[in-house]
Write a protein that binds this ligand. Structure first.
Ligand SMILES: [Zn+2]
Length: 434
């Protein structure tokens, strides 16, 4: 064991985690939590399992601080999305090591970071690491569905287990080459996911006599089209402005931001485009259950993403203005996220120092995520500074983006090893803060 490198240790642990099926639903994350507990306890790290229901445990491991220094939470989730083996070149739960890559569902999202975090904590414990504040590792259930078994439940039921000043989570670390310069993105903010349902009313009737009914589906059609072409008044939040400043060398006006970013690299334009305002994307529609019955109601589900700092009632106003004169009921389905952490923090400096160490010419830049992660739970509950960062130097960001939640997901061992190095650096960096 003593001669095993951290690279091999992380690879083996990742292979073992991939072989445990934690597709959510149903999740069954307890098998992964138990496996991590055995590994961590054998390295002298104290662990607790917290479970709302027995089969969906969250693991929390801790190297206790010697004083009341800042606590660092290494946050991750052990559940994965499903995989269709017919689409894959290899069994998605094989954890096979091939050509320097570990294959399997969750390799990138995010059992790789789970394994790297566990190895970082275990190796620090073996070395007698004594930080001034707790180093905490949480491997949570139920991130992919969010049905209330994972971090959401943990911050309510056991807040002291995961309370921390700083947090490193998933959602960033991509290495981008834009206009011949190298950037590592660190996600510091996320849009709010706030889907809503529009109900359009009519009057039912027999489909053979359309003249005397009032077809709710037909009335909904122009509304769907109008919502689909909605473009919000663009604005530059602080993260997007900093991103543009770094990539373009200046902050263009909001209306020219996509064009300016695209002029540096098309990818930069694609990244910026959904981050300038609220987006409305109609995704589902339901009307009559019967072919020959004209529907008296039609329900349209709209995926809506709102910039941090904006509210759902503002969006209701925008929808009303967009659908001027139309009659409908609007009902919010749920709302998650829409949080940010400041960029000028000691944790940012720690991440930036790592990037300078591995690639001196590269720049670390903040990113607002169009989606959301578990970071918002700790930002909301504790005011935690939470960033998404797991450096990916070897696999191209566009390749990784294609593989996440998709077939043939795999991670480069070089990136896994770099992740262990980074997470150790983060722990040591936070421990060294004045
Ligand atoms: Zn994830």
């Amino acid at each position: 064991m003593a001669t095993v490198s951290l690279r091999d240790e992380a690879a083996s642990l990742l292979q073992e985690l991939i072989r445990l099926d934690t597709v959510n639903p149903p999740g069954n994350e307890t098998v992964a939590a138990e496996h991590l507990r055995r590994y961590l306890e054998s390295n002298g790290v104290a662990c607790d399992l917290y479970a709302k229901v027995p089969e969906r445990a969250n693991l929390v491991a801790r190297i206790p601080g010697t004083g009341d220094g800042p606590r660092l939470l290494l946050l991750s989730h052990t559940d994965t999305v499903l995989a269709d083996p017919l689409e894959w070149q290899l069994d998605p739960w094989s954890g096979e090591l091939r050509d320097g890559q570990v294959w399997g569902r969750g390799a990138l999202d995010m059992k790789g970071q789970v394994a790297a975090s566990a190895v970082a904590v275990a190796s620090l414990a073996r070395e007698g690491f004594e930080p001034p504040g707790d180093l905490i590792f949480a491997a949570c259930a139920d991130e992919e569905v969010g049905a209330g078994f994972g971090l959401q439940w943990l911050v309510e039921a056991h807040p002291e287990a995961v309370r921390a000043e700083y947090c490193v989570n998933e959602g960033g670390g991509d290495r981008l080459i834009l206009g011949s310069r190298v950037f590592y993105v660190c996600s510091t903010a996320e849009k709010m996911s706030a889907p809503f349902r529009l109900t359009i009313h009519g009057r039912s009737g027999h489909a053979s006599r359309p003249g005397i009914a009032d077809n709710a589906l037909v009335k909904a059609a122009p509304l769907v089209e109008t919502l689909g072409s909605f473009r919000d008044e663009p604005e530059l939040g602080p993260e997007v402005a900093m991103f543009l400043e770094a990539v373009c060398g200046h902050v263009p006006p909001a209306r020219e931001a996509v064009q300016a970013a695209r002029a540096v690299h098309p990818l930069a334009g694609d990244i910026i485009e959904p981050l300038l305002g609220t987006t409305l994307t109609p995704t589902m529609i339901e009307a009559s259950k019967k072919r020959n019955v004209i529907p008296n109601r039609c329900e349209v589900t709209v995926d809506c993403r709102i910039l941090p700092g904006h509210t759902q009632s503002e969006v209701e106003g925008k929808v009303a203005a967009t659908l001027e004169g139309a009659e409908y009921d609007l009902e919010w389905i749920e709302a998650h996220g829409g949080t940010r952490s400041a960029v000028d923090t000691p944790l940012w400096d720690v991440i930036e120092s790592f990037v300078s160490e591995i690639e001196p010419e590269a720049q670390t830049i903040p990113l607002l995520l169009s989606g959301f992660t578990d970071s918002h739970w700790v930002r909301e509950a504790f005011g935690t500074v939470s960033y998404g960062f797991f450096p990916m130097r070897t696999m191209e960001a566009e390749v990784a983006a294609r593989l996440i939640h998709s077939a043939d997901e795999r991670i480069e061992l070089d990136d896994l090893e770099l992740g262990v190095r980074f997470l150790r650096h983060a722990a040591e960096g936070v421990a060294a803060l004045p």
